[in-house]
Design a protein around this ligand. Structure first.
Ligand code: MTE
Ligand code: MO
Length: 199
């Protein structure tokens, strides 16, 4: 007893970690985009939260950079079944951006440069669960991964993390986004394997 060969100790990471059902681990970072990568000059970039009453709250690129940043390290889960563990990002929490927003809305529809949309309950964007991120692993966010800035909502399937995010429309009703309107799940909890409508 007590003699354990190094080879025996070296367990594969897949066996050690808890992954959502049906997911496998990947070390690389696949790119999944439904359309071309938009080019957004930073001097014209803005992020807009529009409330259900039509009131708008705007941030330029420089204003976003001046806000206190957080550095979340999170696991991400794509509906095409890859999961990537311990990804680190830098950006501004939605809690901070929503601080002065007056709303009684229950839902948000995220809009991206290029036209992509995805819908979420507003509460899934609050309480430390979502960020507008502009750095990945210590470098500026690459265009193919959503740079200049993307939404990061790691507790839901990664299609909810809108790349090239441009704003949020807050509303009292749930309006389906791009993938949700062609059969993907309205909510998309990877731990409940909510891939498609009806799951
Ligand atoms: N604007 C935009 N955001 C998007 C997408 C897209 O096509 N357009 N694809 C989504 C999907 S399906 C996934 S899995 C992730 C992929 O992000 P990645 O390309 O950085 O891996 O972005 C999500 N956000
Ligand atoms: Mo995806």
């Amino acid at each position: 007893m007590g003699i354990v060969s190094p080879g025996f100790r070296r367990r594969r990471r897949d066996d050690d970690v808890q992954l959502p059902p049906g997911q496998y681990l990947t070390e690389d970072f696949p790119v999944l985009s439904a359309g071309p990568t938009p080019n957004i000059p930073l001097d014209r970039w803005e992020f807009v939260i529009a409330s259900e009453t039509g009131q708008e709250y705007r941030w330029t690129w420089d204003e976003l950079q001046e806000l206190p940043a957080e550095e979340p390290t999170v696991d991400i889960h794509c509906v095409t079944k890859w999961s990537k563990l311990g990804t680190s990002w830098r950006g501004v929490s939605l809690d901070l951006l929503m601080e002065d927003v007056e709303t009684t809305a229950d839902y948000a529809l995220a809009h991206s440069y290029g036209g992509y949309t995805t819908n979420l309950p507003l509460e899934d964007l609050l309480d430390g669960k979502a960020w507008i991120v502009y750095e990945y692993e210590g470098s500026e966010l690459a265009p193919q991964h959503g740079g200049p800035a993307r939404l990061l909502v790691p507790h839901l399937y990664f299609w909810k993390s809108a790349k090239w995010v441009r704003g949020l429309q807050l509303q009292e009703f749930d309006e389906l986004g791009f993938w949700e309107s062609v059969g993907y799940h309205d909510y998309g909890d990877p731990w409940r394997e909510q891939r498609y409508a009806g799951d």
